[in-house]
Ligand binder design. Structure first.
Ligand code: UDP
Ligand code: MN
Length: 367
């Protein structure tokens, strides 16, 4: 047979082969797509294995076939098919892990007043302030050069009145909130100046939540939601809501703070508080739970002096986020913990701090 003929035959043969290859490829592609669709339908109704796993199998078999046949020209069309399929199977129920939270993601505000600077701030400055010197800010009602130096410029004069009145407290909270909004922090955590905060525990705790979702985290001090009578469109209405006690500390995610802006930012926290005539922490609960319908998430590890501190078990101390102290009827309500003598450590914060962070220079064994 002449060479030319054999070429023609081999060309014809190779054309036939190509045609066969192409056909079998098309059949296999169709089969893969069909198999995948069937699986999708099956999954939809059976709630079976995650669609992504199935897709991986389809991808794998398509890939193996492609390698065997080396049909490069069909690659893009298969990939298009797979791409289309992939874009169809975005899982809707996957739980997304919250982004990593570090100390620098948290804005910590401490409410204080001029009469308490010398009484309450020194113990904070000696202990937990040292663990978050850049993140803690003190909100007060006067200029105090001594403490401005001691806090590295972290005293903020709110110019609110220095009284325990509802209006003065709402005024301070309003400045705390607005100051947080001006930062790029993910979390706003408020505490009183008679709190001890286990800073690393607070940061770890916030790590379980996503700041992009709306979170109101704290602890109520009453057994049932607060009930108030409110005038709405000239009609008296009974409303109920929970609030986190300010004296135990509470945290708000940035997403929640942003949604609160129309009723709480740029001084509006004060006017909202005025409308219901209740203290700052109650106003916070009213705004979040009642106006924004975002429920409080109860966090047992926050503690105010409205609960007996002595009931906090020693073996759970490391897990707690905040503590407090108070004197009622000649008796101190303080954390029960060994350590410094009472004459040196009335509030037990030094002992608590050394229990949690024994490497501090003033702790026993380090002196
Ligand atoms: N506080 C204030 N102005 C005052 C009295 C108190 O800003 O005139 C602050 C104080 O620094 C603390 C919080 O309000 O952070 C609660 O004060 P305190 O512990 O004296 O009273 P409590 O409400 O806990 O009984
Ligand atoms: Mn207090």
């Amino acid at each position: 047979m002449p060479d030319g003929d054999s070429e023609v035959i081999s060309e014809t043969n190779s054309a036939k082969m190509n045609l066969r290859n192409r056909k079998s490829w098309q059949i296999l592609s169709c089969a893969a797509v069909f198999a995948y669709s069937t699986l999708l339908v099956y999954q939809t109704f059976s709630g079976g294995a995650p669609a992504q796993e199935v897709l991986a199998e389809v991808k794998l078999s398509a890939k193996t076939y492609r390698l065997e046949r080396n049909l490069a020209e069909d690659r893009s069309s298969v990939e298009n098919d797979i791409h289309e399929l992939t874009s169809e199977v975005v899982p809707t129920t996957a739980t997304v892990k919250p982004p990593l939270t570090t100390l620098d993601d948290v804005f910590i505000s401490v409410k204080t007043t001029k009469n308490y600077h010398t009484k309450r701030l020194p113990i904070i400055l000696k202990t937990w302030f040292q663990l978050a010197r850049k993140q803690i800010w003190f909100f007060t009602d006067t200029d105090d050069r001594e403490f401005q130096t001691k806090t590295n410029g972290h005293m903020i004069n709110t110019n609110c009145s220095s009284s325990h009145s509802r209006k003065a407290l709402c005024c301070k909270m309003s400045v705390e909130f607005d100051t947080f909004l001006k930062t790029d922090k993910k979390w706003f955590c408020h505490f009183d100046d008679d709190n001890y905060v286990n800073v690393p525990r607070l940061v770890r705790f916030l790590g379980d939540y996503n700041f992009r979702d709306e979170w109101y985290l704290g602890k109520p001090s009453i057994q049932a939601p607060l009930e108030i009578i409110k005038k709405e469109k000239k009609v008296l209405k009974k409303i109920k809501f929970w609030f986190a006690t300010g004296g135990a500390g509470f945290c708000l995610s940035r997403a929640l703070a942003l949604r609160m802006m129309p009723v709480a930012s740029e001084g509006r926290f004060i006017s909202t508080g005025e409308r219901i005539r209740l203290p700052d922490d109650v106003t916070m609960g009213y705004i979040i739970e009642h106006l924004l319908k975002q429920p409080l998430t109860v966090v047992d590890q926050f503690h105010s002096h409205l609960e007996p501190m002595k009931f906090i078990r020693r073996d759970t101390i490391e897990d707690q986020i905040s503590f407090s102290y108070a004197k009622s009827k000649d008796e101190w309500n303080v954390v029960k913990i060994d350590g410094f003598d009472e004459s040196e450590d009335q509030y037990r914060f030094l002992s608590l701090h050394c229990f949690l962070f024994p490497y501090f220079s003033f702790c026993p064994g380090r002196r």
